[in-house]
Write a protein that binds this ligand. Structure first.
Ligand SMILES: [Zn+2]
Length: 288
């Protein structure tokens, strides 16, 4: 080994045996790094657990064993402190009609309702406008007469879950399948023989890829929309009318609500919109 100069020897000694201040700095840096790495690793491990508990709805045991207790069991929307699932777009949903003529498809969700559904049906009859009704099973059970009227007057049925379960898409696939089968059967079973229920609409549009596939596998096409009137927020008749007038386009599927809360504004908006749409040259149709 080559001989070191005195200066090099001093530097080497400082490296091998550094002053205390540097030893402490090195020790603290090492501890800091370990704590940082541990925090990141533990956060990653913990994340899925938190996600699962926040998104998985508690399943309430019932006679059928397939109804999940959800935020929608509460009558009002937007309850404070209730976590909402992220609203995602369906990959498969029908969101427009496809015809040569300028057509528009009207859809009504969250009924049937004893007060508003008959008023909507009267208006639709007046304009010979077929519509799709996305019904909630619990309301179907209370108003089977209205379900009959909807079908008798040439409208279409659409499954909207038993309890307006906006978290259905996050359930285990088997449970999801049983939930959809139950709500569809409940709706179809109002008739003998059962009526066709070929469409499913996710409450609040909260689609997941699994829900897309399960509804298709259940024989129901996912039904979306292209014009959201936001009528359920009760923004005023003028705002509901304007939302349609501004957004409507040939092939549009328009989302209204005939149940789930006060719907006077919706009824009045539909009363104004049906003649307006006709004047614009639109004919009313059902989604493909
Ligand atoms: Zn709904």
């Amino acid at each position: 080994m080559r001989m070191l100069t005195p200066r090099q020897r001093i530097i080497l000694r400082q490296i091998v045996s550094p002053p205390y201040i540097y030893r402490w700095a090195g020790l603290l840096t090492t501890v800091g790094l370990i704590v940082g790495v541990a925090t990141v690793v533990l956060a990653d491990v913990g994340a899925p657990t938190v996600l699962a508990t926040s998104q998985g709805p508690a399943v309430a045991s019932s006679a059928t064993g397939i109804r999940a207790r959800t935020v929608e069991d509460a009558p009002a929307r937007g309850l404070p402190g209730v976590a909402r699932p992220a609203i995602t777009a369906s990959r498969l949903a029908v969101t427009s009609t496809t015809t040569e003529r300028p057509t528009v498809a009207l859809t009504f969700d969250d009924g049937p309702n004893s007060l508003y559904t008959p008023q909507v049906l009267d208006l639709l009859a007046q304009y010979r406008a077929p519509a799709t009704f996305c019904m909630v099973g619990d309301q179907v059970a209370v108003h089977p007469d209205l379900v009959h009227r909807v079908v008798d007057e040439g409208h279409r049925l659409c499954d909207h879950t038993m309890t307006h379960d906006a978290t259905v898409g996050y359930n285990d696939v088997d449970l999801m399948g049983r939930q959809l089968a139950f709500s569809r059967t409940s709706l179809a079973g109002v008739f003998a023989p059962p009526a066709p229920v070929d469409y499913f609409r996710a409450p609040e549009g909260a689609w997941t890829p699994a829900l897309d596939e399960v509804s298709a596998r259940s024989g129901m096409r996912p039904l979306g929309w292209s014009v959201d009137t936001l009528d359920w927020t009760q923004p005023g008749v003028a705002a509901i009318v304007a939302s349609v007038q501004q957004q409507v386009h040939p092939g549009a599927i328009i989302l209204f609500h005939d149940g789930g809360g006060p719907r006077e504004q919706t009824v009045e908006a539909v009363r104004q919109l049906l003649p307006w749409l006709q004047e614009q040259g639109y004919t009313f149709t059902l989604p493909n």
